[in-house]
Design a binder for this molecule. Structure first.
Ligand SMILES: Cc1cc2nc3c(=O)[nH]c(=O)nc-3n(C[C@H](O)[C@H](O)[C@H](O)COP(=O)(O)O)c2cc1C
Length: 173
């Protein structure tokens, strides 16, 4: 049984990014355990003084989930030309633990524009020496116009790109 952890950079109820992660999960086969992480808002602000083998419980929990996962999918918006603070904060807690070293990662930025957050996250994931699969990095712009009010991906081209992305990612893990 392969395990995939999915993290949304948006905490918003009704988030497009969360809906995209649900859409990707709906395409995972039965032998893949696909989990959308829901603890991002519980992660405390990064403190290098507490960054050791016994970090705050939510951090330890995230590290454990990621250690056990065969792959990570990040799907995030951009805020104020950058990576959402809660997501960047969580990634900062992963640097010293080497949790993401060589871990297959898919990066989807679904935002109004998103190119700054996308580029910045690629740099951060590089610093974490994650194995970002190039064919599974996707920047989806004007995201709100590509979703319907029920959180379905209504834009056919976007849905196709997401289907291709998850297919490649599943092969990689
Ligand atoms: C405070 C704030 C700042 C934002 N700044 C940007 C931005 O710099 N670039 C961008 O592409 N979208 C920006 N957006 C728009 C988001 O991309 C858009 O709301 C997106 O749908 C959020 O993702 P979600 O639907 O998953 O919550 C911003 C939204 C908010 C609330």
């Amino acid at each position: 049984m392969k395990k995939i952890l999915a993290i949304s950079g948006s905490l918003r109820w009704g988030s497009s990014n969360h809906s995209i992660l649900q859409f990707l999960g709906s395409m995972a086969p039965a032998d893949v355990e696909y989990t959308i992480y829901n603890g991002l808002s519980q992660i405390p602000a990064f403190d290098p003084g507490l960054d050791n083998d016994c970090p705050p419980a939510p951090v330890a929990s995230l590290r454990k989930l990621l250690t056990e996962a065969d792959g990570l999918i990040i799907c995030t918006p951009e805020y104020a030309f950058g990576v959402p603070g809660s997501l960047k904060n969580a990634l900062d807690w992963l640097v010293s633990s080497s949790t993401l070293v060589d871990k297959p990662v898919a990066l989807i930025t679904a935002s109004s524009a998103g190119e700054y957050a996308h580029a910045s996250l690629l740099l951060t994931l590089g610093a974490l020496t994650a194995n970002v699969i190039p064919e599974t990095t996707l920047l989806i712009q004007f995201i709100r116009s590509k979703m319907d009010s029920e959180g379905n991906v209504k834009d056919e081209e976007t849905a196709k790109k997401l289907q291709e992305t998850i297919a490649v990612f599943l092969k990689a893990v």
